[in-house]
Write a protein that binds this ligand. Structure first.
Ligand code: NDP
Length: 284
C-alpha cells in the first residue's frame, strides 16, 4: 500500500489564509503587520528563500521592507540596524536571513533581536521559554512539522518519535515540541550507533540531517509517518530531501514530499508568528 502524502503545500496554504484574515483585521484598525527582512550578501539560495518569504508576506497582507547589505558589511553596522528595528514601533518582526558571512558572529546577531520581535524563534529567550513550556515564538520549521502532523490527523501521544539531527533550529526544538505533544522522543545524530535500530522502531520519523536520500525503505517501520525536513540537491541539480521518497512511500503510512512538504510550512509559520507579534504589539 502506498503512503498517504502529507502535503505541506495544501496545509501551508490554509495557515497562510488564516494569517491573511488576521492581518486584514489588524490592517482594518490601522495596524498592518510588518516583517523587516535583513539580507547580507548575494548568496543565491538565501535570495530564493527571502523572495519566497516576501511573496508569502504579500499574499498575507504583511508589509515586508528589506534591509539589504553588501557581503563586506561589518557586524557593528548590522547590529546598529537591528537596534533601530528593535526600537521602531511599526516593526513587528525581524528576520535576518542566515547564513551570514563568516566574519559576522551569527549568535551575536540573533541575540541582538528583541525577543518580542524574534519571529524566527531563534533567540535564547525564546529557546528557554520553549524548554520551560511557556508561550513564545516557536521556531518555524519544528512548529510547521507539528502543524503538519496535527492537521493530517496523525496521533502523537504515546507514539515513538525518532528525530535524525540535533541542530538548534530543527532537531532540538522539534524534540521539545514532540515531547509537548506527548510523544516518546529519541534524538539521533552523527555519533549514534546502529541508527537503523532506532529508525525501525519509529512510529513518527523526522529526518533533518541534510543528506540526500539518506533514509531508505529498509530503515522505516511499516505504517510509520515520515517527515522529511532535508533540502538537498542531487548531482543533476534536482531538489530532494533526506528520505528516499520513491521507495519509502511504499512502506510508510504517511510521508511528506520534498519539495512541497516542510519547506512551505516553515514560511507559513513565519507568517503566523508575524501576525501573532503584531497582535501582541497592538496592546502595548
Ligand atoms: P545541521 O547541519 O545544522 O545539522 C545536521 C544534523 O544532522 C546534525 O545534528 C548532525 O549530527 C546530524 N547528522 C549528520 N549526518 C548524520 C548521519 N549520518 N546520521 C545521523 N545524524 C546525522 O542541519 P539543519 O538542522 O540546519 O538542517 C538539516 C536539513 O534540513 C538540511 O538539509 C537543511 O537544508 C534542511 N532545512 C530545511 C528547512 C525547511 O524549511 N524545510 C529549514 C531548515 C533546515 P551532529 O550534531 O553529530 O553533527
Amino acid at each position: 500500500m502506498t503512503a498517504k502524502i502529507i502535503s505541506g503545500k495544501d496545509i501551508s496554504s490554509d495557515i497562510k489564509n488564516e494569517a491573511a484574515a488576521a492581518a486584514a483585521a489588524l490592517t482594518a484598525v490601522g495596524r498592518q503587520p510588518t516583517l523587516a527582512v535583513i539580507v547580507v550578501g548575494e548568496d543565491p539560495a538565501s535570495r530564493v528563500y527571502v523572495n519566497n518569504k516576501k511573496k508569502a508576506c504579500v499574499f498575507c497582507g504583511i508589509n515586508s521592507p528589506e534591509y539589504a547589505f553588501p557581503y563586506e558589511t561589518t557586524q557593528e553596522t548590522l547590529l546598529r540596524c537591528i537596534d533601530e528595528l528593535n526600537r521602531a514601533p511599526e516593526v513587528d518582526g525581524i528576520l535576518c536571513q542566515l547564513p551570514l558571512p563568516a566574519h559576522i558572529d551569527e549568535n551575536a546577531v540573533i541575540d541582538a533581536i528583541d525577543p518580542k520581535k524574534d519571529v524566527d524563534g531563534f533567540s535564547p529567550v525564546n529557546a528557554c521559554n520553549l524548554l520551560a513550556g511557556k508561550d513564545c515564538f516557536l521556531p518555524c520549521t519544528p512548529a510547521g512539522i507539528i502543524e503538519m502532523l496535527r492537521r493530517s490527523g496523525i496521533q502523537t501521544a504515546g507514539k515513538h518519535c525518532v528525530i535524525l539531527g540535533r541542530s538548534n533550529i530543527v532537531g532540538k526544538p522539534a524534540a521539545v515540541l514532540m515531547l509537548r505533544e506527548n510523544a516518546t522522543v529519541t534524538v539521533c545524530h552523527s555519533k549514534t550507533k546502529d541508527l537503523k535500530s532506532y529508525t525501525k522502531s519509529a512510529d513518527i520519523l523526522i529526518a533533518a540531517i541534510g543528506k540526500p536520500n539518506f533514509v531508505t525503505a529498509d530503515m522505516v517501520k511499516p505504517g510509520a509517518a515520515v517527515i522529511d525536513v532535508g533540502i538537498n540537491r542531487t548531482p543533476d541539480g534536482k531538489l530532494c530531501g533526506d528520505v528516499d521518497f520513491e521507495h519509502v512511500k511504499e512502506v510508510a503510512g504517511a510521508i511528506s514530499p520534498v519539495p512541497g512538504g516542510v519547506g512551505p510550512m516553515t514560511i507559513a509559520m513565519l507568517m503566523h508568528n508575524t501576525v501573532k507579534a503584531a497582535q501582541m504589539h497592538i496592546n502595548e
